[in-house]
Design a protein around this ligand. Structure first.
Ligand SMILES: C[S@@+](CC[C@H](N)C(=O)[O-])C[C@H]1O[C@@H](n2cnc3c(N)ncnc32)[C@H](O)[C@@H]1O
Length: 227
């Protein structure tokens, strides 16, 4: 059964003295996720916002392999934000910005996106393993913000387990869904169709559904009029 972490650093994983946290899932999924991003983003330049970055390990990995892109990690949790800062300092890469404090339940995301301190005309938004471990309002805010901040040819990447046509794609995802809902009735594995409906209201449409290891998917959205 898939496991999930609400707060890294409290799950028995090692914590570095500088605050760098480690996500066990990162070691299993980062290469497959990076391959998807490389397929869509290689050769492009611009700003990519990662929302719900967690430890910051994905941001460092992406920045290292896609050096033309400026990465803007973000999270809501103070410990995670400190870990992102520490991973950024450790990596010594010039194309990672300091993390933004983005609360996805707010469709505006954060003040920096309004006042020019954040990126404008965003090339892509990346979000891994967030919408099922959060209330539906987080998915609503994520799609609303992506619809607002993505540039004309911008893309939204949404990685995680999803249901298709109201059905789980694997028994392990059904068990995982039950454990999520037991922990919080507002959480749960989302329907692709429900996310698509949110996307449509934000002017976005599903471009591709990519099968990922361990019964996960990456949903790729683009602007409806650009497809
Ligand atoms: C399971 S972790 C995934 C972390 C990372 N994306 C990864 O795949 O390793 C979920 C993340 O979403 C963040 N999160 C939860 N609610 C959020 C919200 N309302 N706005 C932004 N981030 C949120 C958590 O702090 C956590 O870092």
């Amino acid at each position: 059964m898939a496991d999930y972490v609400v707060e890294f650093g409290k799950d028995g994983r090692p914590v570095e003295p500088d605050g760098r946290l480690d996500a066990s899932a990162f070691h299993r999924n980062h290469q497959a996720i990076r391959a998807v991003l490389q397929r869509f983003l290689a050769g492009k330049s611009g700003d990519v916002i990662e929302v719900g970055s967690g430890t910051g390990q994905h941001a460092v990995d992406f920045a290292r392999h896609l050096p033309e892109i400026t990465w803007w990690p973000s999270d809501l949790n103070d410990r995670h934000l400190a870990s992102i800062v520490a991973w950024r300092a450790h990596a010594q890469l010039s194309n990672i910005r300091l993390p933004l404090r983005i609360d996805l339940s707010d469709p505006d995301w954060c003040s920096e996106m309004q006042d020019g301190r954040g990126p404008a005309d965003v090339l892509a938004v990346f979000c891994a393993n967030v919408v099922h471990i959060a209330p539906w309002s987080v998915a609503e805010g994520l799609l609303a913000g992506a619809g607002r901040y993505l540039r004309v040819d911008g893309l939204l990447f949404l990685y995680g387990p999803f249901k298709r046509g109201g059905k789980h794609t694997a028994l392990s995802n059904a068990v995982f869904d039950s454990s999520l809902r037991e922990g919080n009735p507002e959480w749960g594995v989302r329907d692709i169709e429900a996310v698509e409906a949110l996307a449509a209201s934000a002017g976005l449409a599903l471009v591709e559904v990519i099968e990922m290891p361990s019964n996960n998917l990456t949903l790729v959205f683009g602007r409806s009029h650009a497809i």
